[in-house]
Design a protein around this ligand. Structure first.
Ligand code: DMJ
Length: 508
């Protein structure tokens, strides 16, 4: 308990753009000489899938948030507070990395001409941050084009009022409307709310804990410390979290932004908790390992998870259970499958017995998630799978059988491939490509499916923007050389948008 130790003044980020560009050049210009032709062909296939997903979005839904590939129209939804073009922003860096040049120009033009930030509506702070701010920042870093930076900064300003709470921990929903200019003009500008479904006005761990990477870059690029101050330095969120008592060292998912205490004891490394842990580790990596406070919190959290939540099924599968007020729920969500990649990345930067133990744990979890795919008829995994009542890595409830083009399993394959070079990860990634082609590809794009255990697939008529941002990007990187967006130089935000690491030494 007590305040975390005072931290040294943050050194400015120093980027070696040339190095980044060099690393990009290899994959996109046809790979290395001597490259295995099958690997190249597989990469090109994934590039074709991206072009297909983009072309259909452009044709039927440009300017809407997502494509509805069956009805061939657009979907707007209510997550982004009137902002449009979620798929454009999420796709930008993937198009660029895959060298889909014409398509990248189309997306860029939409940002220049049609991306309107003068909106008025209630947005998810988390979703706007990870998809819009993350996508714009990454594209700026990759291309150096000012328009992306300027839009990210302008949008970032609109998010700041969400932090005006007694603890500094933001609420989940923010109104993006403009500030009223006349004295009695009504405006909801800057009003923020907690989600109606979040118990007792609480903020969600994975939401307020998933701002740090992007906000640090907003301060870096604007020269305005306000972003870093709000989300990171002195980190009101982490200060509160470091003081509040954690049941058995675990972090529950719901916290009051007014009192700074837990509202409900539900712990999960999947939905509601997931990217909080991810951003602790990646904050440390992005700071070139200077942010020791974040690293300590990551290590302690993982230790508690290992001790209380990691279990082995009767059939020998390792999984991470959820925890409800002391009672284990033997269930893993698809979202929790990102943790194989995260734990492997953490292990890579550990030493000795711990390194080996965590690398094994990461490989076992990734293998369990692979089982959740192979045990289905479609070879795609369900939204959640269980280890109870005789079930092993399969959904037991009708409501958990769907697959919405989520990336977490291929994300872990990508990390495990990069960190171990075991060929099974490329093999498993290719299985996913084939399953997507067979069951999710329709005439006008890719669609989620309602039941992974039955064929022919029943489509949900939605091409999620994260399919272009994450699923296809991670699959592509799985078949690239390691120096393409090298893990030494970049961290991926939780929507797979790459942000550069702050190398303070000159190791170019
Ligand atoms: C994405 O928006 C991000 O990966 C987020 O962290 C979790 N949910 C989706 C993908 O499943």
């Amino acid at each position: 308990s007590g305040a975390p130790p005072a931290r040294e003044t943050r050194a400015p980020f120093r980027f070696d753009y040339e190095r980044f560009r060099r690393s990009l050049r290899h994959p996109v210009r046809g790979g290395r000489s001597g490259e295995d032709p099958e690997t190249r062909a597989r990469r090109m296939k994934i590039k074709e899938m991206m072009k297909f997903a983009w072309d259909n979005y452009k044709q039927y839904a440009l300017g809407k948030n997502e494509l509805r590939p069956l009805t061939k129209n657009g979907h707007i939804g209510n997550m982004f507070g009137g902002l449009r073009g979620a798929t454009v922003i999420d796709a930008l860096d993937t198009l660029y990395i895959m060298e889909l040049e014409e398509e990248f120009q189309e997306a860029k033009q939409w940002v220049e001409k049609s991306f309107d930030l003068n909106v008025n509506g209630e947005a998810s702070l988390f979703e706007v941050n990870i998809r819009y701010i993350g996508g714009l920042l990454a594209t700026y870093y990759l291309t150096g084009e000012e328009v992306f930076k300027n839009k990210a900064l302008e949008l970032g300003e609109k998010l700041l009022p969400a932090f005006n709470t007694p603890t500094g921990i933001p609420r989940g929903v923010i109104n993006l409307g403009r500030q009223g200019t006349r004295p009695r003009q009504h405006s909801l500008y800057g009003m923020s709310w907690s989600w109606g479904w979040a118990s007792a006005g609480s903020s969600i761990l994975a939401e307020f804990g998933t701002l740090h990477l992007e906000f640090l870059h907003l301060s870096e690029l604007s020269g305005n410390p306000v972003f870093a101050e709000k989300a990171s330095d002195p980190r009101p969120g982490l200060l509160v979290l470091s003081r509040v008592e954690k049941p058995q060292g675990l972090y529950p998912n719901f916290l009051s932004p007014v009192t700074g205490s837990w509202v409900q004891h539900h712990v999960s490394i999947g939905g509601l908790g997931d990217s909080f842990y991810e951003y602790l580790l990646k904050s440390w990596l992005m700071s070139d390992k200077k942010d020791s406070e974040a690293k300590k919190m990551y290590d302690d959290a993982l230790e508690a998870i290992e001790k209380h939540l990691v279990k082995k099924s009767a059939g020998g599968l390792t999984y991470i259970a959820e925890w409800r007020g002391g009672i284990l729920d033997h269930k893993m969500g698809h979202l929790a499958c990102f943790s194989g990649g995260m734990i492997a990345l953490g292990a890579e930067h550990s030493t000795g017995e711990r390194r080996q133990r965590h690398m094994e744990l990461a490989a076992e979890i990734t293998s369990t998630c692979h089982e959740s795919y192979t045990r289905s008829e479609t070879k795609l995994g369900p939204e959640a799978f269980r280890f109870d009542a005789g079930s092993e890595a399969m959904a037991t409830r009708l409501s958990e059988r769907y697959y919405i083009l989520r990336p977490e399993v291929v994300e872990s394959y990508m990390y495990l491939w990069r960190l171990t070079h075991h060929p099974k990860y490329r093999h498993w990634g290719w299985e996913v490509v084939q399953a997507l082609e067979k069951h999710c590809r329709v005439e006008a794009g890719f669609s989620g499916i309602r039941d992974v255990y039955s064929t022919p697939a029943l489509h949900d008529n939605m091409q999620q923007s994260f399919f272009l941002a994450e699923t296809l990007k991670y699959l592509y990187l799985l078949f690239c050389e390691d120096d393409v967006l090298s893990l030494e130089d970049w961290v991926f935000n939780t929507e797979a948008h790459p942000l550069p690491i702050n190398h303070t030494d000159s190791k170019a």
